[in-house]
Each structure stands twice: as structure tokens, then as C-alpha cells.
Design a protein around this ligand. Structure first.
Ligand code: SF4
Length: 428
């Protein structure tokens, strides 16, 4: 059979906010392409003997005149609008369409308006059944994946080699035992953490066609004993293997403060160059920014040569506007010079979305606007326009005019050289 994977387009920050183009000129922020991990992993799980092709609508047009046996759309909420347009065109020509990824998992009824069937959760272990059902002409509407299924090796080779940020995403786990109301992870991948075998992670890293990579899972910096032991072992194996790529991890302030000094040293030795620090999402940003422990933790990290890309989410109900002075103070005291500003976005299927919907506060259901650059719910205590203006003003303030050389310096310090220059055995 021929399976045709499609990675639908989504609106980049600068498409929705062209007024920020000048401020962000020269940064790898706001208008970049990254090869999707989920769709590449789904393609990697297809059993041998089937033909697999992939088109990324963010990089090229989707030709709907092709006639595969199955079109497989992998998408997150901001891609849903494009995904549905593609699905409708293929289905009008009689081609079956399967939806998978975060949005079909969280909002299957929405996806099933446009797709013949959806996969909820990981697709690993399901393909044989799906393809047998397809061949027999009896596709089911929903297939539920098993979070404990073996991890597939992503088919990153299906993406073009140029036009993308030279950074890959590496998966280390599925699921989360925490229950943050805004998060899609426990619902998509289970409420228990399933760790990917370290040998597989190391093998995956070794074949990355990029100069640096992000670890896609936050559990690496969770403070529980299992996560700590896994991360230490992974970092040791990276050091022993002489891994030369820079890598990035993500965490929240309350986990950052709990990282022991010895682990920071291990992270630095394994070339962890940057922490993507997510603020204002799980707690009001005002609370997090005033915590002296958070400031100290960032300063300690920097002493180990680990930079911060601070992600400031605006619009938390617990925030008392304005938060700009606290953000400015934090950035100055920690010498943070790479940041992003995100408008809080309740994703369908989460407890947060349900609560806002019950309260009549969802004001925009155009999925392409669920990209962190639009106000999609009624904020508490201010108008949507006021929140949007504060958001634009923060971007402009942070990325005010500086020389191109200084821009490059910031980016190299924050991301490492690998994001600009290819490295590693399979780089083009
Ligand atoms: S936001 Fe992070 S910590 Fe919270 S449930 Fe999701 S993955 Fe777990």
C-alpha cells in the first residue's frame, strides 16, 4: 500500500503579527520551519513493505491529484484548519484520510468531520490493524494507541534537507504523571511516564541530520527519583559517546530551582546549551518572576554555561496586569537576551478549555489562531485588545533595534553555533 503523510501548515508568528517583522529581523524566531517529529515518527512506525511518502505544507504545495491508498495527516490544533482543507480535497476524490497527532487525539469529534478515521495517542503498534481494516474496506472511526508500545525511529529523511531550522527534536518519553489543566500530554500519551530506552535515544541522536537538537519531553528535569536517574544516565552516555551536538531542554521555574549543582555540571558536560524556561503557564507569571530562587537558579545555570530562552506566557487568570516591569527586571538581573512572548492558549480537550467554554469565555474557535499569537479567550480583568497590545509591546521592547552583529551574537550564545551550521555525520 502507499501511505502519503501530510504535515499541514500553520500560521507562523510573523504571518499573524506582521507588525513585529522589523523588531524580529535577523532572529530565528517567528518565521522558521521545523521538521515535525510526530508525523515522522508515525511514518517510521509503518511496517516494512509499504510505500511511504511525506509532504510538508509549510515548505511546499500539497498536490491533491496524487492517489495514495491512504492520506495520513499529523497535526496539532493550529494546523487543523489547513489539515481539514486538505482532507476535504482528498476525500472528494475518493481517497481515505486518517488523522493523527495531538488535535485528533484531543478533539476526535472535530477531526472526524473531515477524516474517515482518527488515531488517538501513539500510532506505534496500530498500523497492521489499520491497514488490514483499510484493505477490507472497514476502517473504524477511532483507533486508540497504547502509550506503552515500543517507540518507532522517526523517518526524518522524508523531510527535505534544506529550508528548515537545523535543529531536531528527540523524544525520550511518553506521558506525564502530573495533571496541569492546560496540558495535552497526559490525555494524549497517558498518565504514567513511559521512558524510551536510553540506547534508542542515543541511536536516534547519532543519526540526526541536524547540528543541534531539543529534547521534546519535560520529564528529563522532573525532580522525582526515576526521572533524575534516567536523565543522569542519558547525559553520562552522551558524554561517554563524545556527542558533539549542542542540545536544549525545557522546564518550568519550580523544577529549575530543584536541579542539584552536580546535575548542572553533568548537563554542561553533555553540551546542554540552553533551557527553554516556560513561565506564566503553570503559575501566574507575576508570582514566578518575583521568586528570588528562580533568579538564583538561572544565575547558577549561566555559571555552567547554560543559557536561557525565556518563554513568557501572558493571560493567566492569576496575573495582575501589567507584568512588563517584572519581566524587564527578571531579564536584566539574569542577563536573559533571548525570549519569546506567548498568548495563553487553551487547547481543545484540556480541562482549561472545558472550564473556559463553560464560563462562556472562548471567543475565537478558528484553530489557526491557536498558535500563541492570538487572544482566543476572554481574559480576566482586561479586554482582549489590551492583552494583545501588551503582548505586541513586549516583543517590540525586548527585540528593539540592535546591530545585526549583536543579533547574531545573542543567537549564537543562546542557541549555540549548531543551529546555523550543520554538524554531525549525516549533515548535508
Ligand atoms: S505541562 Fe508538563 S508537567 Fe504539566 S502535565 Fe504537561 S508534561 Fe506534565
Amino acid at each position: 500500500m502507499h501511505l502519503h503523510f501530510v504535515f499541514p501548515r500553520w500560521q507562523k508568528l510573523l504571518e499573524g503579527r506582521p507588525e513585529l517583522r522589523e523588531a524580529l529581523s535577523g532572529y530565528e524566531i517567528g518565521d522558521f520551519r521545523m521538521a515535525g517529529l510526530g508525523v515522522a515518527t508515525a511514518a517510521g512506525a509503518v511496517p516494512a513493505g509499504h510505500g511511504v511518502t511525506l509532504v510538508d505544507e509549510n515548505a511546499e504545495l500539497v498536490d491533491t491529484s496524487v492517489r495514495p491508498d491512504l492520506v495520513c495527516l499529523g497535526f496539532f490544533t493550529p494546523q487543523a484548519t489547513s489539515a481539514y482543507a486538505i482532507a476535504d480535497r482528498f476525500r472528494a476524490a475518493g481517497v481515505k484520510v486518517l488523522g493523527g497527532g495531538i488535535h485528533p487525539t484531543m478533539a476526535p469529534e472535530d477531526a472526524l468531520v473531515h477524516c474517515d478515521a482518527v488515531v488517538q495517542g501513539p500510532v506505534e503498534g496500530l498500523w497492521e490493524r489499520i491497514l488490514a481494516d483499510l484493505a477490507a474496506g472497514r476502517l473504524e472511526r477511532c483507533y486508540r494507541g497504547d502509550p506503552a508500545a515500543p517507540f518507532a525511529r522517526p523517518r526524518r529523511d522524508l523531510f527535505r534537507r534544506s529550508g528548515y531550522l537545523r535543529a531536531g527534536i528527540v523524544q525520550t518519553a511518553r506521558g506525564c504523571h502530573l495533571r496541569c489543566d492546560f496540558c495535552i500530554v497526559p490525555e494524549c500519551y497517558g498518565r504514567a511516564v513511559v521512558l524510551r530506552p536510553i540506547a534508542e535515544v542515543i541511536e536516534d541522536i547519532a543519526t540526526l541530520p541536524y547540528g543541534c537538537f531539543f529534547f521534546g519531553d519535560e520529564n528529563l528535569l522532573f525532580p522525582d527519583a526515576q526521572s533524575r536517574a534516567y536523565t543522569r544516565e542519558l547525559l553520562r552516555r552522551m558524554i561517554e559517546g563524545g556527542e558533539q551536538r549542542d542540545c536544549f531542554m525545557a522546564t518550568y521555574p519550580h523544577f529549575l530551582t530543584a536541579i542539584p549543582e552536580s546535575d548542572l555540571a553533568l548537563m554542561a558536560a553533555a553540551r546542554v546549551r540552553q533551557i527553554y524556561l516556560i513561565m506564566g503557564l503553570s503559575h501566574p507569571i507575576g508570582e514566578e518572576l518575583h521568586h528570588s530562587e528562580v533568579l538564583t537558579a538561572v544565575q547558577r545555570m549561566k555559571e555552567h554555561g547554560i543559557e536561557v530562552l525565556a518563554s513568557f506566557t501572558l493571560g493567566h487568570d492569576g496575573d495582575v496586569a501589567p507584568v512588563a516591569p517584572a519581566i524587564a527586571n527578571f531579564c536584566e538581573r539574569t542577563r536573559t537576551n533571548l525570549a519569546e512572548f506567548v498568548l495563553g492558549t487553551p487547547f481543545p480537550g484540556t480541562a482549561l478549555y472545558a472550564a473556559l467554554e463553560r464560563a462562556g469565555r472562548i471567543i475565537d474557535r478558528r484553530w489557526e489562531h491557536y498558535n500563541g499569537a492570538h487572544v482566543v479567550f476572554q481574559p480576566r480583568g482586561e479586554s482582549p485588545e489590551s492583552l494583545r497590545e501588551r503582548y505586541v509591546a513586549l516583543w517590540r521592547w525586548f527585540y528593539g533595534p540592535i546591530s545585526r552583529l549583536a543579533v547574531r551574537g545573542r543567537c549564537v550564545r543562546g542557541f549555540g553555533r549548531g543551529i546555523f551550521t550543520p554538524a554531525g555525520p549525516t549533515s548535508s
